[in-house]
Design a protein around this ligand. Structure first.
Ligand code: GLY
Ligand code: MN
Ligand code: MN
Length: 433
């Protein structure tokens, strides 16, 4: 699988040498590190999980792929655990060659001789930029020996992004599992929510469910936002008490074997939607269903967003949040006061995954194998010109959706979103108290 991806990248490059380093380890504070996470492009092409590694792909008539990684080290392995070392890594991950990472500069000065182009993540990291220039200069310094240096430098990410946009069978099976785990965590959160509990207690339920299900990380820090906090789009504090009568917005997904899920549900803390909450919720749900209805192969990227905006804008008029006609609200973008973000993004190894949304000025067409989120919302801050019952209602409903030949598949469907399903789940959980 990984060597096939490397072969496809070499084909897309046609000629030249690509260098794709993985992410560095990052210090959190003295002697402690953030949990290590590999670079997504590197991992997509290698499956290799260790830090201090770089992938080199030589394209042309005899393509080959080389891994540079840490050597075995008995002393370090006592402290930090097993590392593959070049020999085992080459065999296990199917490289043509593998070498110690310390040999990278020397190897590139050789490999780039008479090569037409260097591909690497241009501008992603100042240290790697300087290193790439040093390889080019090392080759240039040998010009009088009749050696030619590459005269083109490309951003390799453009080629990999295009490959990553359409998921293969292996990726889809991991993403389906990540989606199911996230859906399970949302159900667990709904079951655990009671007035008087704190947002962080519900956060703990989410993290518990992720980890016990085998997910390595949350895909991003969960947003657990009660009442007015739901109107803060990137709320991160998760430390307020939950009150009966308020809604709770939870945006939480896990990372499983590198792949993200990204799910939002909004539900009442006391398990029963009030009339105003219900009316607002139904608008967002209708917008989400309208958007999902537009997810099909051949449709343009913006069609789901436009469908959601239309339903939301009409809802804002019906709820008396705005006045005027639907056309005016759309034309003047007055809806942006209550719906200020876009309706989705690509999803994959990164939560906001790789891939362009526009090509030559035109929205991209959806194709089978693409995975995106559909996540409309309404965020109604208290204000004098807003009907009182709607004050501080924040709602978002987010699912992960796979584009198929005939339409789409909502891979996070196991997280309930119909009002009656949410209320029934919460009622059953309370009955067991
Ligand atoms: N949780 C990140 C997002 O919804 O885009
Ligand atoms: Mn989200
Ligand atoms: Mn999202």
């Amino acid at each position: 699988m990984y060597s096939e991806r490397r072969r496809r990248l070499a084909e897309a490059m046609a000629a030249g040498v690509a260098v794709i380093p993985t992410a560095p380890e990052r210090v959190r504070n003295r002697d402690t590190h953030f949990p290590y996470r590999f670079d997504s492009h590197f991992y997509y092409l290698s499956g290799f999980p260790e830090p201090d590694a770089a992938l080199v792909i030589v394209a042309g008539s005899a393509p080959k792929s080389l891994l540079f990684c840490r050597s075995r080290d008995e002393e370090r392995e006592i402290w930090d655990g097993y590392r593959y070392g070049p020999e085992a890594a080459r065999e296990r991950f199917g490289f043509d060659e593998a070498h110690p990472i310390g040999k990278l500069d020397e190897a590139l000065a050789q490999l780039l001789q008479d090569s037409p182009a260097l591909f690497y993540p241009l501008g992603a990291d100042a240290h790697w930029d300087a290193r790439a220039m040093s390889w080019l200069n090392a080759v240039r310094a040998r010009a009088r020996a009749g050696v030619a240096a590459p005269d083109r430098v490309h951003d390799v990410r453009a080629l990999i992004d295009d490959m990553r946009l359409v998921k293969d069978a292996h990726e889809l099976s991991v993403m389906r599992r990540a989606a199911r785990i996230a859906a399970g965590a949302h159900r667990r959160a709904m079951q655990a929510t009671r007035p008087g509990r704190n947002e962080y207690e519900i956060e703990a339920e989410l993290l518990h469910e992720f980890r016990r299900s085998g997910a390595q990380f949350p895909a991003y820090w969960p947003i657990v936002a009660g009442g007015p906090n739901a109107c803060v789009l990137h709320y991160v504090f998760n430390n307020a008490p939950l009150r009966g009568g308020e809604l709770l917005l939870i945006d939480a997904g896990c990372e499983l074997d590198g792949y993200a899920s990204d799910v939002t549900r909004s539900f009442p803390v006391n398990g029963r939607f009030s009339a105003a909450q219900r009316d607002t919720y139904e608008v967002v749900l209708a917008a989400q269903l309208a958007a999902i209805g537009k997810v099909r192969a051949g449709n343009a990227w913006n069609e789901p967003h436009d469908a959601a905006v239309r339903v939301l804008a009409q809802g804002m008029l019906d709820l008396k949040l705005l006045s005027g006609t639907l056309d005016e609200v759309l034309e003047k973008e007055a809806y942006k006061r209550f719906y200020m973000h876009r309706t989705g993004h690509w999803l994959g190894l990164d939560v906001h995954d790789a891939g362009d949304y526009k090509r030559s000025g035109k929205w991209r067409s959806l194709a089978p194998g693409m995975v995106l989120t559909v996540e409309p919302g309404l965020y109604i801050r208290a204000a004098d010109d807003v009907p009182e019952p709607l004050h501080d209602i924040g709602i978002r409903i987010e699912d992960d959706v796979l584009v198929t030949e005939g339409g789409c598949e909502v891979i996070t469907a196991e997280a309930p979103k119909r009002i009656e399903d949410i209320e029934a789940l919460m009622r059953d959980a309370r009955a067991r108290d």
